[in-house]
Design a protein around this ligand. Structure first.
Ligand code: COA
Length: 659
């Protein structure tokens, strides 16, 4: 068909009224139908309120009244569809009810009309069978609230024609939304299918007594950067919604052990925000208050939480239900994850995901945890993700170069500089220092690299300067050594690219000073840090007397330098010497995650941030403020600043180019 101009929305509830609103905003004439006048009045009130909000934010091109004038209402389904080019059904998720709507709409609508359903769990093909036009029946699945959520799933039923798919896609695009094509009518489609694996896993952890509700939610929010925790989201969207999706999946043959916690809440009618009580308690039904979650509760293993949804995504891809790119867009826009599910998998490493799944499989005996053959195959082929340069996506080629006892691993867009003299706990000789400088130069010159991680091989980050070189050293040589060491660390400190120290073990003397020159320090819980020089009869000579007080204050710095004792990671975190502590086995992953995150930031602004904080902050306030303003002004000459602002205003993710 040529063009859609008249839309009928059947059902004026949460989704129906939102869809009608979105369509009217985009210039379509909409007839909204429901079975009682009060539902329609309520819907119009909600639309008007929402349009008012959009208007206040300057996101409406016309007046509220102009948009409202395109929406009419009726209690007659036949009247609603009689003139429509596209019908969108959004009645409650009951098969018989929906079939009835479809069959009546089919009889009353013109032959060219497309009949779409906004179902999130029922088979499109079964609805299509209630009509005489299965080729013109399709799923158009909006997310709640339609006016905000950019993603729309287009679901092809068994008999849906390509023409119908194309028309639905253009319609969705004309609403300013992003359609993804779901080519097979699988229960849960893409977004919910991936999401329920996360939700069910969070529930299993709590049900099995392996974690608390708060721990799961804090982990999802703070460690994974998801917009909401598992239980928070269940409550927010309605426990019944997900319970019914899971049930539909199970009934249609999907391997899933629905967590008894969900069943229980469903039976008790504790459905979340709408009933005032779910996993959390709310002040009154319908009033959402974000649960307060403390960041130190974020202790659940993130890999085990996301491995099941990643496995599901691999299944969806393997069945050719949707493309890799569309699945990633779905998780980013539909779930608000900071990264698409496959990008996340690549970042974590497919080997770790596979072993996490195998552990879960062994523990529960549930087949749903068996790693998808695609994941197994990728692991066998060494396609582990970012760290091998290839996973679900292709990254720059991973190259490892040895410069003396320093290994440089370029894993675009990040690089690792690894001190590799483990037998001497990576103690730095003069030659090794020079090699470190060369390594730093190499990564700084490499345009592919946007963030650098410094770490050590074996059980130390670096146990300091090699003390054996100090034997028979005279004052002049010691002065020169100190100056050169300082100079090399200054190259890191002042470098335009961000450096992260991943402190895997001992960071002592010059080793800690190396970490101090970096911009962020994360440490394994087993790390030991200190400035033991005093015990050898001298003081630190590679910057600790200057950088330590700037980072942790004079009092603490003096204590470390004068006492020469080692402190553990917990203490180091408490005094602000390190930014984060992670279990030893997660240090590499966490460092990579941080570096990849930095690699997505605007490089010139990062550089300015480093300058303003690290250089200008030790100047007199007035001078420092001046530099801050100059840098602030300068950044408005970059393309990235404009990109960042545009992206924010149009609610998309910015792409920074370093220009
Ligand atoms: N310079 C030279 N060699 C060093 C070194 C340093 N800074 N730090 C460790 N090593 C060597 C050790 O001599 C040892 O070599 P060896 O096997 O040939 O004897 C090897 O690294 C392993 O260290 P070891 O002392 O056996 O390990 P440990 O677990 O018993 O102790 C430390 C670890 C870090 C507590 C201890 O090595 C130490 O105190 N190192 C010196 C730290 C220091 O003072 N740094 C400041 C220098 S200015």
């Amino acid at each position: 068909m040529d063009r859609i101009s008249r839309i009928a929305v059947i059902g004026a509830g949460t989704m129906g009224h939102g869809i009608a609103e979105v369509a009217a905003i985009s210039g379509y004439n909409v007839v909204l139908m429901d079975i009682a006048e009060e539902f329609l009045e309520n819907a119009l009130r909600r639309i008007r309120w929402s349009l008012g909000k959009l208007g206040e934010k300057g996101r409406l091109k016309e007046s509220v009244e102009d948009v409202m004038s395109r929406i009419t209402t009726t209690l007659s389904l036949e009247e609603a569809v009689g003139n429509a080019d596209l019908i969108i059904e959004a009645v409650p998720e009951k098969m018989e009810l929906k079939k009835n709507v479809f069959s009546r709409a089919d009889k009353a609508a013109p032959p060219h009309t497309i009949i779409a359903t906004n179902t999130s769990s029922l088979p499109i093909s079964e609805l299509a069978a209630a009509t005489r036009r299965p080729d013109k029946v399709i799923g158009i699945h909006f997310f709640n609230p339609p006016v905000i959520m950019r993603l729309v799933e287009i679901i092809r039923g068994e008999k849906t024609s390509s023409e119908t798919v194309e028309t639905a896609k253009s319609f969705v695009e004309s609403l300013g939304k992003k359609p993804i094509l779901v080519s097979k009518d699988i229960p849960g489609f893409v977004v919910n299918r991936i999401l329920v694996r996360l939700l069910n896993e969070g529930c299993r952890l709590v049900h099995a007594g392996e974690a608390s509700i708060e721990e799961v939610d804090a982990t999802a929010r703070y460690k994974l950067g998801f917009p909401m925790g598992v239980f928070e989201l269940l409550d927010y969207s309605g426990i019944d919604v997900f319970y019914l999706i899971m049930k539909a999946m199970k009934e249609r043959g999907v391997e899933i052990h629905i967590c008894p916690l969900l069943e229980e809440k469903y039976r008790e009618n504790s459905l979340g925000v709408k009933t005032g009580k779910g996993f959390y308690q709310y002040p009154e039904p319908g009033r959402f208050v974000k649960p307060a979650l403390s960041e130190d509760k974020a202790v659940v293993d993130t890999v085990s939480l996301v491995a099941p949804p990643i496995n599901e995504a691999a299944w969806i891809l393997g069945q050719e239900v949707a493309s890799k790119e569309d699945i990633d867009v779905a998780t980013e826009l539909g779930l608000g994850w900071p990264k698409g599910v496959f990008k996340l998998a690549d970042e974590i490493g497919l080997d770790r995901i596979m072993s996490s799944l195998e552990k879960l499989w062994k523990k529960t005996g549930w087949k749903e945890y068996s790693p998808h053959p695609m994941i197994k195959h990728m692991v066998e082929e060494g396609m582990l993700g970012v760290k091998t340069g290839k996973g679900f996506y292709q990254y720059g080629e991973v190259r490892v170069e040895k410069i003396g006892d320093i290994a440089v691993k370029v894993e675009p867009p990040i690089a690792w500089i690894i001190l590799s003299r483990p037998s001497k706990l990576n103690a730095l000789t003069s030659t090794m220092l020079e090699d470190l400088d060369k390594a730093v130069k190499t990564v700084l010159e490499n345009d592919e690299v946007r963030a650098v991680i410094l770490s050590g091989e074996g059980r130390a980050f670096c146990a300091g300067a090699d003390v054996s070189g100090f034997k028979n050293m005279n004052s002049i040589d010691a002065y020169r050594f100190s100056r050169r060491f300082q100079e090399i660390l200054l190259h890191i400190d002042r470098s335009p690219k961000p450096f992260i120290a991943a402190i895997n073990g001992y960071a002592l003397g010059g080793g800690l000073e190396l970490a101090l020159a970096c911009d962020l320090r994360i440490a394994s819980s087993e790390a030991r840090l200190g400035q033991p020089e005093i015990n050898l009869g001298f003081i630190p000579g590679a910057g600790a007397t200057q950088r330590l007080p700037r980072i942790i204050g004079v009092g603490r710095a003096l204590e470390l330098v004068m006492m020469g004792d080692m402190i553990g990671a917990e203490e180091a975190y408490r005094i602000g010497l390190i930014n984060k502590i992670v279990p030893p086995e997660r240090l590499e992953e966490e460092a990579r995650r941080l570096a990849l995150k930095l690699a997505e930031k605007p490089p010139i602004a990062l550089q300015a941030a480093k300058r303003a904080v690290k250089e200008a902050s030790s100047l007199p306030l007035e001078e420092g403020l001046k530099i801050e303003a100059e840098l602030f002004g300068l950044l408005f000459a970059t393309e990235d600043a404009h990109e960042g602002i545009d992206a924010f205003l149009s609610k998309r993710k910015p792409q920074f180019k370093g220009k």
